[in-house]
Ligand binder design. Structure first.
Ligand code: NAD
Length: 475
């Protein structure tokens, strides 16, 4: 049984009526899984009014009470992980173990925010006169609107909800219409954990129509978006026109720097598997592989061998290591990347084409000999395609790694302390992973610089985007 799909407004699950419905497709089989109701204008207005009303009481609810609900959400998420995960595999495609893992890891975001919201401190500033008290307090910003994508449908949504709700804000969230089950399941988790009506509202629709309506509403004070750079820029511009705060978690094109002195075989194996997680549809997926000259042949041989050994199939089948791409758009995009690669002299050393005639499967692919200005080296592939190229020295690879407008994740493999220090200082990236993958934990900040975004989610920084600073001086 697939998730029952609905809107969630003012504490009620709503569907039917004369609402437009959108088919949800299983990317492994192209079968229709369910019908997703779109919000009408009246639904959006109702969500706005509910969020505004709920804010008046939620902002005064103690962090201890807010934390209790968040903690319960974490517990319920763990209990329901298998069912929620199965639905993610059905509507998003990733292998079941990855989908269940997404829920289990993300339950920690609820735990972390439950604790951390009790530490939203202000400060006392020493006054110039003895009878004056100067206080800095941090208050919830108000009603927030969030837009989350389909690649980690549970993860991306829960991160925004726990930050907003933990800070004392209320929220209207539009999830991904392509893969909606996890967001409806999340609404049920918060509902069952006792979140008061109106604090969280879930809507669906035509993305640009819903986002424009919500961002332009005077009720909404803050926007949070995870998705592509072009859409992020549009939404940030619209928010700017209305002087609204934004958090933007956008795309990247993560460079991988493998130095001659690294442990080459383990690095190649780890990177090949990490590259194909969620079929490469990950904003921090390693996407440009720069390998130093002496290590190049050995790295490429082992990397290609592991990439070629990955079992691709329906994510519900035992042994599947990589599922289909989430929708037809991604398959077409992979084909365009490979067309450009062949025109630019690239050599396909593994994969290179669509697999089968049912479902959106694409072979894990490795391409070499591409110039730095080819599409694969400059545009985020967001799929199971890895371009591998050579470099000579540290200065050259840093220049090439930093040459794009993005700055999300980066990866370095070296056994030299000097090199590790030099490149971690020199890389223009929001996150640098050296000799392992260690990002996206609840207690660590996640975010990009340059075109990859504004603000961080997780870590101590997590509430910053949801709080305003008020200075109080009293004589
Ligand atoms: P897209 O740019 O059309 O959409 C990306 C996401 O933004 C989707 O979830 C979509 O529903 C949403 N969106 C699009 N227009 C919107 C609008 N005006 N208002 C609000 N939301 C809007 O592309 P796509 O084909 O769905 O995904 C492919 C690209 O998206 C990838 O190349 C990748 O760069 C990016 N992406 C990034 C992430 C991430 O985690 N940063 C996640 C998913 C997709």
């Amino acid at each position: 049984m697939y998730q029952d799909l609905a809107l969630y407004i003012d504490g009620e699950f709503i569907k039917g009526g004369d609402r437009h419905e959108q088919e949800v497709i299983n990317p492994a089989t192209q079968e229709v899984l369910g019908q997703l109701p779109h919000a009408t204008r009246a639904d959006l207005d109702r969500a706005l009014a509910a969020a505004q009303r709920a804010f008046e009481t939620w902002k005064k609810t103690s962090p201890l009470e807010r934390g209790k609900i968040l903690r319960r959400v974490g517990e319920l998420a763990r209990e329901r992980a298998r069912d929620i995960g199965r639905n993610i595999t059905l509507d998003q495609g990733k292998p079941l173990a990855e989908a269940v893992g997404e829920i289990m890891v993300c339950a920690e975001h609820a735990d972390w925010h439950a604790e951390e919201c009790r530490r939203i401190y202000g400060r006392v500033i020493p006054p110039r006169q003895p009878n004056v008290r100067q206080l800095v307090v941090r208050e919830p910003i108000g009603v927030c609107a969030a837009f989350t994508p389909w690649n980690f449908p549970f993860n991306q949504a829960i991160r925004k909800i726990v930050a907003a709700v933990g800070a004392g804000c209320t929220l209207i969230l539009k999830g991904p219409e392509d893969s909606p089950s996890a967001v409806v399941a999340l609404a049920q988790l918060f509902h069952d954990a006792g979140l008061p009506p109106g604090v969280l509202n879930i809507v669906w629709g035509v993305p640009a129509e819903v986002s424009t309506y919500l961002i332009e509403s005077p009720i909404v004070r803050k926007i949070s978006f995870t998705g592509s750079v072009p859409v992020g820029k549009q939404l940030a511009a619209l928010a700017g026109a209305h002087m609204k705060r934004v958090t933007m978690e956008l795309g990247g094109h993560s460079p991988v720097l493998v130095f001659d002195d690294a442990d080459i075989d383990p690095a190649a194996e780890m990177l090949a598997r990490f590259k194909l997680r969620n079929a490469g549809q990950v904003c921090v997926s390693p996407t440009r592989f720069y390998v130093q000259e002496k290590a190049y042949d050995r790295f490429l041989a082992r990397f290609t061998e592991v990439i070629g050994s990955i079992k691709v199939g329906n994510g519900l089948e035992d042994g599947t290591q990589m599922g289909p791409l989430a929708h037809e758009r991604r398959v077409l995009s992979m084909e365009q990347f490979l067309d450009d690669a062949s025109q630019r002299g690239g050599k396909v050393v593994a994969g290179g084409s669509r697999l089968g005639d049912k479902g959106y499967f694409f072979a894990p692919t490795v391409v070499t000999d591409l110039p730095d200005d080819s599409r694969l080296m400059t545009d985020e592939p967001f799929g199971p395609v890895a371009p591998v190229t050579r470099f000579k020295d540290t200065a050259e690879v840093l220049r090439r790694a930093n040459s794009l407008p993005f700055g999300l994740a980066s990866y370095v493999f070296t056994n030299s302390l000097k090199t590790a220090t030099e490149v971690s200082n020199g890389l223009e990236a929001g996150m640098v992973n050296i000799n392992h993958f260690g990002m996206a934990l609840a207690e660590t900040p996640f975010g990009g610089i340059k075109d990859s975004g504004i603000g961080s989610e997780g870590g101590l920084e997590t509430f910053d985007g949801y709080l305003v600073t008020k200075f109080i001086t009293q004589a």
